[in-house]
Design a protein around this ligand. Sequence first.
Ligand SMILES: [Zn+2]
Length: 115
Amino acid sequence: MENDASAVSTSEMEEVKIPFDEYLSSPDCAVRCCICRALLTADAAELSNAARVDLLIDQDLYVSPGIRVCSRHLFRGRILPDITIDRNRLQPLSFNVASAKELINDLVFQLRMVS
Ligand SMILES: [Zn+2]
């Protein structure tokens, strides 16, 4: 086999970060609301897929499946249009290879839902 400098092991691939600078992510949205940054309580509601698409299209904010927010930001499963996102703690979105695969699968799933 030829010596191929572009070949990397699986573990090295996991370290590669793919930036999506046009979009933002919230680093601690498992414990804090990604919209207002309040600590999540028992009242928090899981974002529907439609609400996640709302955030992605209207706010440039990508939120993983299963993330919860304060229920006051939602109406009938959708994000209320008058929300104000605290952008101070948001980060440019980036994925490692495994997460990028999950993202693509997630987006394909979303496309199937609307077609
Ligand atoms: Zn909130």
